[in-house]
Design a protein around this ligand. Structure first.
Ligand SMILES: Nc1ncnc2c1ncn2[C@@H]1O[C@H](COP(=O)(O)OP(=O)(O)OP(=O)(O)O)[C@@H](O)[C@H]1O
Length: 596
């Protein structure tokens, strides 16, 4: 199991830079190569057009003006204006299509990471704050936006720009060109020194941002508890600290990032001075005034893209810290997967067997120890016992949300680890302890159990679990829109909807974990009547703390100390006067006390 993490604990940092990450990023860009070539074509044309300006200036100063060649001056003027219009159009094309390209790549990445997250096992989500997962899908991918949209194509265009400018420069004056390049080695050394510091700074920043996100996410999810315990001040203090940590780390990262930019600027200015110095000394010897002016134009043309390349490199190093996190998530292996050669589970009857099952969530802490039982198809089984005894764990293993450490779980003689997950879970209806309502209509929420169910089927399921009455009282009935987690519904209403959802799926094995804990006893009595017809012929596992609700089950398992400590019918267990009897009596006494 992955190491557990909290909102105030930094995640581990990768030491070694992995060049393979760039190759993986390139894989996302590959499908868009045609578009990239098209954009590049336009950029090259624009660059060539841009080169004409200084050249026109040179001809004008050196030839056209001394010869007073007015028609030629007009022609150059018209060509120059035309080239500016053309460059304008190219810019528009480039900006629009580059942005589109970047967004397409990000969309593909986000799709991949979301799809992957859907497959990850419970243990992955158990082991880290959800805010830290969220930030990877949304914010970290967004940080790549600039790199992919402007950065990538600009880089290629800038490289072309530099090359084309160099060709023009060499053509005009090779010696001045070599002077222009004299300081490039200093730039390279500077980049090499800064890069590893910058990557580390951004790695640390990504951690702080992740912590901040996790704390915000947790605070919003727990806002009701916070307010009811009047803990706002304390939460504010923690948030303030995390926020400050984030600000400090950010400023440090930016400080390192901005070391490069002034360096490049200074080198470009020094180069310019050098050219003026050498050029002016040579004017009249072997450099014409026009050549020098044109050359100064080209130097600008040369350094602007070099500065851009420097900036791209900066964003690349920054993005690398985030890229590592994105690929780390994509590389996370789901623990529960179809084993090689897993077969689809055929239509089951619903016999369930646990053979010497031992299970632990964490090393060294067995939750179930050598558990054995058999349930025949169609039987209803209640799991009862103290809090934290392992009842939910039993059903987690049955649905293969976790794999057993020892022993085997069988359904109709099929080991659950040897069949495909989809075929197994499709035949099970699981209603977990914390019922989840998705944002959408009530109709959609129930239909979640069977996507192709008709409205009539949905309503029929709701009627069986006695949800229909309260749904009709809502403003828009089944079309009433509910918020995520069903915050506008009562806990009992949420359970009834989740109940209808499970029943609609028509599973062979029904698992109800505290399914009726929030439902009033009157509704529950009605619901039980509807359910008893539905439970017929299906194997059902029911976890309930209210023992009155499970008295009629075919078998009752009393789970305690990692084992099935007692089992039998209600009457048998009462007669045995053991743990179940004591639990039942204590509930009965409490009820009597409450009514006294
Ligand atoms: N994801 C998890 N990671 C680590 N430990 C866990 C996890 N889920 C449960 N546990 C531990 O396993 C034990 C059994 O938990 P389980 O949820 O099965 O109990 P339960 O009998 O269903 O309890 P309750 O009646 O309170 O719902 C508990 O001690 C719990 O702390």
């Amino acid at each position: 199991m992955a190491q557990r993490n909290k909102s105030d604990v930094d995640e581990e940092l990768t030491e070694q830079f992995n060049w393979h990450d760039y190759a993986r990023l390139a894989q996302y860009i590959k499908p868009y190569m045609k578009e990239i070539y098209r954009i590049l074509g336009v950029i090259i044309l624009a660059n060539v057009a841009g080169m004409l300006g200084p050249y026109f200036t040179k001809i004008t100063i050196d030839t056209v003006i001394p010869n007073k060649d007015l028609p030629m001056l007009w022609l150059i003027g018209i060509l120059f204006t035309g080239s500016l219009f053309f460059i304008g159009w190219c810019m528009r094309y480039r900006i629009y299509h580059i942005t589109e390209l970047g967004q397409d790549v990000l969309k593909d990445m986000r799709l991949d990471i979301f799809q992957h997250l859907q497959k990850l096992s419970f243990s992955y989500f158990d082991s880290r704050p959800h805010g830290k997962i969220l930030i990877r899908v949304v914010n970290y991918i967004n940080t790549l936006s600039d790199l992919l949209s402007n950065g990538l194509v600009n880089l290629i265009s800038d490289v072309f720009n530099v090359l084309i400018t160099l060709i023009f420069m060499f053509a005009i004056d090779a010696r001045l060109t070599l002077y222009s390049l004299a300081l490039i080695p200093i730039l390279v050394v500077m980049v090499l020194i800064i890069q590893s510091k910058q990557r580390r700074a951004y790695q640390i920043l990504s951690n702080k941002q992740s912590n901040l996100n996790a704390y915000i996410h947790e605070s919003i999810a727990g806002i009701k508890v916070t307010q009811s315990f009047a803990r706002e001040q304390e939460n504010f203090r923690i948030f303030d600290e995390t926020n400050e940590d984030n600000r400090r780390t950010w400023m440090h990262a930016v400080k390192i990032q901005f070391l490069l930019w002034p360096g490049v600027q200074n080198i470009s200015v020094i180069t310019m001075c050098l050219i003026y110095f050498v050029g002016i000394r040579q004017i009249g010897v072997d450099v014409s005034t026009g050549t020098l002016i044109a050359f100064i134009g080209y130097i600008n043309n040369f350094w602007n893209p070099v500065i851009n390349i420097g900036n791209f490199y900066n964003s690349l190093i920054t993005a690398t810290a985030y890229l590592e996190r994105i690929f780390e998530t994509l590389d996370e292996k789901p623990e529960i997967v179809d084993h090689p050669g897993a077969k689809a589970l055929p239509q089951i009857d619903g016999d369930v067997t646990f053979n010497h099952v031992t299970f632990r969530y964490e090393p060294g802490k067995d939750i179930l120890k050598d558990v054995n039982f058999h349930v025949s198809h169609g039987q209803s089984v209640a799991l009862v016992g103290p809090t934290g005894a392992g009842k939910t764990t039993v059903i987690n293993l049955l649905s293969r949300f976790y794999d057993v450490n020892e022993g085997e779980v069988k359904i109709d003689h099929h080991n659950v680890e040897e069949v495909t997950l989809a075929s197994l879970r499709r035949q099970m209806g699981v209603m977990l302890q914390d019922t989840f309502i998705f944002s959408g209509t009530i109709m959609d929420n129930i239909r979640y159990g069977k996507l192709d169910a008709t409205d009539e089927e949905v309503i029929a399921a709701a009627k069986v679990v006695r949800a229909d009455d309260f749904i009709h009282e809502l403003k828009n009935g089944y079309e009433t829109v509910v918020e995520e987690r069903g915050s506008t519904l009562s806990a009992g209403q949420r359970q009834l909807i989740a109940f209808a959802r499970v029943l609609l799926a028509d599973p062979r094995i029904l698992i109800l974990d505290e399914a009726t804990s929030s439902i009033d006893t009157k509704t529950e009595a009605l619901l039980q009547m509807g359910l008893s017809a539905l439970l017929k012929g299906r194997t059902s596992f029911i976890i309930a703390h209210r023992l009155s609700t499970i008295k009629n089950c075919d078998q009752i398992f009393y789970v305690d100390g990692g084992k099935i400590a007692e089992h039998g019918t209600h009457e048998e267990l009462m007669a045995a006067r053991g743990l179940y009897y004591q639990l039942y009596q204590s509930q009965y006494d409490m009820l009597k006390l409450a009514h006294a």
